[in-house]
Design a protein around this ligand. Structure first.
Ligand code: DNO
Length: 406
């Protein structure tokens, strides 16, 4: 039996936050990845990316023997989400980014449409029985943040009396320094950058969503798609929306990329392949009604990038990030569906048949536990463990296929 050809596999990638990333590219290479997902985090949200800056990043990667396979992300400015301000300039800049990236041969662009905050966890150092640390979201602790720190009007209505009581008790148990550290861990975890936001900034950002609601946010999203997808189409870029994380409303804000019906709707809003998905199993899995293998099958043709990780949901509504092959995600079935999609594209002779994936987040473990805390979820060894396990599943599926053929 011959080993399956490497092109049958998905492209093994790692996220890299740029030259300031605590994980050097040489480690990523040694983990076995051949590509990275990265972004020009030094450029403020809403600005156009100069072609020279793209070239510079590409060259750094090439010198390390790695390919820039997906941009994660070209962030969407808050004004686009709220539908205020100089939108023409922001759309022009976004289109310029897409054109400049395409001119440099980079065709997969991830973004998200999460209002105010990017992903949210309430504990970035939750200790598991094996001594490693993972990220966790606990609605009670989040309630403490929005009720006792942010003082969001009406927040109490989103929680049960028991949750409110637990939240108050937990908040009182912390001293001022612990409270401050906790607040910062929620409001300043934008990928690859420190925006230096304080509670008043968050209040001001939230106020801009007053009265917008789901339909208002959807209308602004549709407008964004109508403005940028035609350019993506023209230059060969595949846009890939990352889901809301967690995939439900927080801070009383609308959330519109959380479940299959949202995806169905957004894909139809501009019904062309360039309007696609970054399929993040970790984010979608925190919502019990999301059937991940079924979603991959249903939206396969529009998946352009993949994040693979799992979550363990707990009875009290919390969830933590489980090992990549544990928790609530049926990873072998998800992988099978993704490989089937690759085969389908290959049979059509398509150029984009190889899907890039990265192990999304990993536990902090082993030597990384002794290092100063870096970007939550992005230490090296845990992600390498994830990548290795995912690679094993992927190869196992292909070997089994070959064996079945005899
Ligand atoms: C979290 C990430 C997200 C993701 C962005 C995409 O670790 O998966 O921050 O990069 O939401 O725009």
């Amino acid at each position: 039996m011959h080993a399956p050809s490497p092109s049958l596999y998905m492209e093994e990638s790692f996220r890299w936050f740029g030259p300031q990333d605590e994980v050097p590219l040489s480690f990523i290479r040694q983990a076995g990845a051949t590509a990275v997902f990265t972004s020009l985090h030094q450029i403020p949200y809403g600005e156009a990316w100069p072609r020279e800056a793209i070239v510079e990043r590409k060259e750094i990667l090439a010198a390390a023997g790695l390919r820039w396979t997906a941009v994660e992300s070209v962030p969407v400015h808050e004004d686009i989400k709220t539908g205020r301000g100089d939108l023409k300039r922001l759309f022009d800049n976004y289109r310029t980014c897409l054109r400049n990236l395409a001119a440099e041969g980079i065709f997969t662009v991830i973004y998200n449409f999460m209002p105010v905050l990017d992903w949210v966890r309430t504990d970035t150092r939750h200790v598991l029985p094996d001594g490693s640390e993972c990220l966790l979201f606990d609605p009670v602790h989040f309630a403490a943040f929005e009720i006792h720190a942010l003082n969001r009007k009406g927040a109490e209505a989103d929680y049960t009396p028991q949750q409110l009581e637990l939240a108050a008790r937990w908040w009182e148990s912390m001293d001022a320094a612990a409270k401050e550290e906790y607040i910062q861990s929620i409001i300043d975890v934008f990928p690859g950058t420190k925006l230096g936001l304080g509670l008043d900034d968050i209040r001001a950002m939230l106020a801009k969503y007053d009265g917008l609601g789901d339909e208002g946010l959807r209308a602004n999203y549709d407008r964004f798609l109508q403005e940028v997808v035609p350019t993506a189409d023209e230059v060969g870029v595949r846009l890939a929306v990352h889901p809301d994380d967690p995939p439900y409303s927080l801070l009383g804000l609308p959330r519109i990329v959380s479940q299959a019906s949202d995806v169905e709707r957004l894909l139809k809003a501009v019904d062309t392949r360039a309007n696609g998905l970054c399929f993040c199993t970790g984010s979608y899995s925190a919502r019990p009604s999301n059937d991940l293998p079924a979603m991959v099958k249903r939206f396969a043709d529009r998946i352009h990038a993949v994040h693979l990780r799992s979550t363990q949901r707990l009875p009290d509504g919390s969830f933590y990030e489980a090992n990549h092959l544990e928790g609530s995600v049926d990873m072998p079935r998800v992988m099978r569906a993704l490989l089937d999609e690759q085969d389908r594209r290959a049979a059509e002779g398509r150029e984009d048949c190889q899907l890039p994936f990265r192990p999304d987040h990993g536990h902090t473990m082993m030597d990384d536990l002794a290092k100063p805390p870096g970007t939550p979820g992005y230490s090296c060894i845990g992600r390498m463990r994830g990548l290795s396990e995912l690679r094993g599943v992927m190869r196992g599926l292909r070997f089994a296929e070959q064996a079945a053929k005899g």
